[in-house]
Unconditional design. Structure first.
Lengths: 157, 67
Protein backbone atom coordinates (compact mmCIF):
# COMPACT_ATOMS: atom_id res chain seq x y z
CA UNK A 1 0.00 0.00 0.00
CA UNK A 2 1.17 3.44 -0.86
CA UNK A 3 2.18 5.35 2.25
CA UNK A 4 0.67 8.77 2.66
CA UNK A 5 2.11 10.03 5.91
CA UNK A 6 3.13 13.38 4.58
CA UNK A 7 1.59 15.55 1.93
CA UNK A 8 3.45 18.71 1.12
CA UNK A 9 1.09 21.49 0.11
CA UNK A 10 2.63 23.80 -2.47
CA UNK A 11 0.94 26.97 -3.70
CA UNK A 12 0.69 26.61 -7.46
CA UNK A 13 1.85 30.16 -8.15
CA UNK A 14 5.07 29.88 -6.18
CA UNK A 15 7.78 29.06 -8.70
CA UNK A 16 10.50 28.75 -6.07
CA UNK A 17 8.45 26.30 -4.01
CA UNK A 18 7.51 24.24 -7.06
CA UNK A 19 11.18 24.01 -7.96
CA UNK A 20 12.31 22.76 -4.59
CA UNK A 21 9.42 20.77 -3.08
CA UNK A 22 10.74 17.46 -4.41
CA UNK A 23 13.98 17.63 -2.46
CA UNK A 24 12.07 17.02 0.77
CA UNK A 25 10.80 13.70 -0.58
CA UNK A 26 7.29 13.86 0.86
CA UNK A 27 5.03 10.85 0.32
CA UNK A 28 2.84 13.08 -1.81
CA UNK A 29 3.10 16.62 -2.98
CA UNK A 30 -0.02 18.66 -3.57
CA UNK A 31 0.06 21.58 -5.97
CA UNK A 32 -2.75 23.90 -5.11
CA UNK A 33 -4.44 25.90 -7.83
CA UNK A 34 -7.42 26.73 -5.71
CA UNK A 35 -7.33 28.79 -2.52
CA UNK A 36 -3.58 29.32 -2.49
CA UNK A 37 -3.64 31.15 -5.81
CA UNK A 38 -5.07 34.61 -6.26
CA UNK A 39 -7.49 35.17 -9.14
CA UNK A 40 -5.05 37.16 -11.21
CA UNK A 41 -2.40 34.46 -11.09
CA UNK A 42 -4.64 31.50 -11.91
CA UNK A 43 -3.44 31.40 -15.52
CA UNK A 44 0.27 31.54 -14.78
CA UNK A 45 0.02 29.14 -11.84
CA UNK A 46 -1.75 26.60 -14.03
CA UNK A 47 1.13 26.65 -16.49
CA UNK A 48 3.73 26.46 -13.72
CA UNK A 49 2.05 23.41 -12.25
CA UNK A 50 1.67 21.82 -15.68
CA UNK A 51 5.37 22.22 -16.41
CA UNK A 52 6.43 21.19 -12.91
CA UNK A 53 4.40 17.98 -13.17
CA UNK A 54 6.37 17.08 -16.26
CA UNK A 55 9.68 17.66 -14.52
CA UNK A 56 11.55 14.38 -14.04
CA UNK A 57 12.08 15.08 -10.32
CA UNK A 58 8.35 14.57 -9.71
CA UNK A 59 8.24 11.17 -11.37
CA UNK A 60 9.32 9.61 -8.09
CA UNK A 61 6.75 11.40 -5.94
CA UNK A 62 3.01 11.03 -5.94
CA UNK A 63 1.63 14.26 -7.31
CA UNK A 64 -1.76 15.67 -6.41
CA UNK A 65 -3.30 18.74 -7.98
CA UNK A 66 -6.12 20.57 -6.28
CA UNK A 67 -8.09 22.14 -9.09
CA UNK A 68 -10.67 24.86 -8.83
CA UNK A 69 -14.27 23.72 -8.67
CA UNK A 70 -15.54 22.79 -12.12
CA UNK A 71 -18.32 25.34 -11.98
CA UNK A 72 -15.76 28.14 -11.92
CA UNK A 73 -14.13 29.52 -15.04
CA UNK A 74 -10.81 28.00 -13.93
CA UNK A 75 -11.82 24.46 -13.10
CA UNK A 76 -11.74 22.80 -16.51
CA UNK A 77 -8.51 24.46 -17.56
CA UNK A 78 -6.91 23.36 -14.30
CA UNK A 79 -8.08 19.84 -14.97
CA UNK A 80 -6.52 19.89 -18.44
CA UNK A 81 -3.23 21.03 -16.91
CA UNK A 82 -3.33 18.37 -14.20
CA UNK A 83 -4.25 15.39 -16.37
CA UNK A 84 -2.07 16.36 -19.31
CA UNK A 85 0.80 17.21 -16.99
CA UNK A 86 0.59 13.70 -15.59
CA UNK A 87 -0.70 14.27 -12.07
CA UNK A 88 -1.31 11.03 -10.20
CA UNK A 89 -4.31 12.40 -8.37
CA UNK A 90 -6.78 15.19 -9.02
CA UNK A 91 -8.38 16.65 -5.98
CA UNK A 92 -11.72 18.33 -6.31
CA UNK A 93 -12.65 20.88 -3.68
CA UNK A 94 -16.10 21.60 -2.36
CA UNK A 95 -17.70 18.45 -3.67
CA UNK A 96 -21.32 18.72 -2.78
CA UNK A 97 -23.11 16.09 -4.78
CA UNK A 98 -22.63 13.03 -6.91
CA UNK A 99 -23.16 14.97 -10.14
CA UNK A 100 -19.97 16.92 -9.50
CA UNK A 101 -18.09 13.64 -9.30
CA UNK A 102 -19.63 12.23 -12.45
CA UNK A 103 -18.79 15.45 -14.22
CA UNK A 104 -15.18 15.26 -13.07
CA UNK A 105 -14.98 11.62 -14.06
CA UNK A 106 -16.27 12.35 -17.56
CA UNK A 107 -13.87 15.23 -18.10
CA UNK A 108 -10.88 13.27 -16.82
CA UNK A 109 -11.76 10.44 -19.19
CA UNK A 110 -12.09 12.80 -22.11
CA UNK A 111 -8.74 14.48 -21.40
CA UNK A 112 -6.96 11.19 -20.84
CA UNK A 113 -8.13 10.03 -24.24
CA UNK A 114 -7.23 13.33 -25.87
CA UNK A 115 -3.66 13.27 -24.58
CA UNK A 116 -3.22 9.50 -24.92
CA UNK A 117 -2.75 8.88 -21.26
CA UNK A 118 -3.89 5.40 -20.20
CA UNK A 119 -7.55 5.62 -19.33
CA UNK A 120 -7.98 5.36 -15.57
CA UNK A 121 -4.45 6.54 -14.84
CA UNK A 122 -5.60 9.66 -13.03
CA UNK A 123 -7.05 9.03 -9.63
CA UNK A 124 -9.52 11.39 -8.11
CA UNK A 125 -10.09 12.59 -4.59
CA UNK A 126 -13.02 14.51 -3.26
CA UNK A 127 -13.52 16.43 -0.15
CA UNK A 128 -16.89 15.91 1.34
CA UNK A 129 -18.45 12.93 2.89
CA UNK A 130 -21.76 12.14 1.30
CA UNK A 131 -20.44 11.17 -2.11
CA UNK A 132 -18.55 7.98 -1.35
CA UNK A 133 -20.41 5.87 -3.87
CA UNK A 134 -19.97 8.40 -6.62
CA UNK A 135 -17.25 7.10 -8.83
CA UNK A 136 -15.53 3.87 -9.71
CA UNK A 137 -12.28 5.69 -9.83
CA UNK A 138 -12.48 7.46 -6.54
CA UNK A 139 -9.60 6.01 -4.63
CA UNK A 140 -9.87 8.03 -1.53
CA UNK A 141 -12.41 9.85 0.36
CA UNK A 142 -11.10 12.64 2.40
CA UNK A 143 -12.60 12.76 5.82
CA UNK A 144 -12.67 16.08 7.44
CA UNK A 145 -13.83 15.89 11.01
CA UNK A 146 -14.58 18.54 13.56
CA UNK A 147 -11.03 19.75 13.75
CA UNK A 148 -10.15 21.09 10.30
CA UNK A 149 -6.47 20.46 10.92
CA UNK A 150 -7.04 16.79 11.31
CA UNK A 151 -7.33 15.38 7.82
CA UNK A 152 -7.29 11.70 7.16
CA UNK A 153 -7.21 9.68 4.01
CA UNK A 154 -9.19 6.49 3.80
CA UNK A 155 -8.00 3.33 2.13
CA UNK A 156 -7.66 2.54 -1.56
CA UNK A 157 -9.83 0.26 -3.52
CA UNK B 1 16.83 40.08 -23.82
CA UNK B 2 17.89 37.81 -21.02
CA UNK B 3 19.22 38.88 -17.65
CA UNK B 4 20.22 36.11 -15.33
CA UNK B 5 22.29 35.55 -12.23
CA UNK B 6 23.55 32.37 -13.82
CA UNK B 7 24.02 33.66 -17.35
CA UNK B 8 27.63 32.50 -17.54
CA UNK B 9 26.81 28.91 -16.68
CA UNK B 10 23.36 28.58 -18.16
CA UNK B 11 22.92 31.42 -20.65
CA UNK B 12 22.92 29.10 -23.65
CA UNK B 13 20.51 26.69 -22.07
CA UNK B 14 18.11 29.46 -21.03
CA UNK B 15 18.23 30.85 -24.54
CA UNK B 16 17.50 27.45 -26.02
CA UNK B 17 14.56 26.77 -23.68
CA UNK B 18 13.06 30.18 -24.43
CA UNK B 19 13.46 29.76 -28.17
CA UNK B 20 12.00 26.25 -28.16
CA UNK B 21 9.02 27.42 -26.15
CA UNK B 22 8.43 30.36 -28.46
CA UNK B 23 8.77 28.12 -31.53
CA UNK B 24 6.12 25.76 -30.21
CA UNK B 25 3.77 28.69 -29.74
CA UNK B 26 4.60 29.92 -33.25
CA UNK B 27 5.97 33.21 -31.98
CA UNK B 28 8.65 34.48 -34.32
CA UNK B 29 8.99 38.12 -33.32
CA UNK B 30 8.49 40.22 -30.26
CA UNK B 31 10.21 42.03 -27.47
CA UNK B 32 10.84 39.50 -24.75
CA UNK B 33 12.54 40.48 -21.54
CA UNK B 34 13.56 37.74 -19.17
CA UNK B 35 14.83 38.36 -15.70
CA UNK B 36 16.00 35.11 -14.27
CA UNK B 37 17.24 34.24 -10.80
CA UNK B 38 18.27 30.70 -11.60
CA UNK B 39 14.93 29.07 -12.34
CA UNK B 40 14.53 25.50 -13.56
CA UNK B 41 13.80 24.97 -17.24
CA UNK B 42 10.21 24.01 -16.49
CA UNK B 43 9.64 27.32 -14.71
CA UNK B 44 11.17 29.31 -17.55
CA UNK B 45 8.91 27.47 -20.01
CA UNK B 46 5.83 28.14 -17.92
CA UNK B 47 6.68 31.81 -17.52
CA UNK B 48 7.33 32.32 -21.22
CA UNK B 49 4.10 30.54 -22.08
CA UNK B 50 2.14 32.60 -19.57
CA UNK B 51 3.63 35.82 -20.94
CA UNK B 52 2.83 34.91 -24.54
CA UNK B 53 -0.70 33.81 -23.71
CA UNK B 54 -1.37 36.94 -21.70
CA UNK B 55 0.22 39.13 -24.34
CA UNK B 56 -1.90 37.62 -27.08
CA UNK B 57 -5.03 37.52 -24.95
CA UNK B 58 -5.44 33.80 -25.59
CA UNK B 59 -8.17 32.27 -23.45
CA UNK B 60 -8.49 28.77 -24.86
CA UNK B 61 -5.21 26.92 -24.70
CA UNK B 62 -3.97 24.40 -27.19
CA UNK B 63 -2.34 22.05 -24.73
CA UNK B 64 -0.60 20.03 -27.42
CA UNK B 65 1.56 23.07 -28.12
CA UNK B 66 2.62 23.59 -24.54
CA UNK B 67 5.43 21.20 -23.96
Amino acid sequence: MKLRRSMLFVPGDNAAALSTAFIYKPDSVMFDLEDAVSTREKDSARLLVFQALRHPAYKEIETVVRVNALNTEFGLKDLEAAVRGGADIVRLPKTENAEAIHELEAHVLRIEKACERPVGDTKQVFSGFSCSSGSLRSVHLQLQNQNPKSLRMLGER
Amino acid sequence: MIQSEVIKQFGKQINRVVNETLDKLAVSEGSIVIEDKGALDCVIKARVEAAVLRGSGTEELDWEKLS
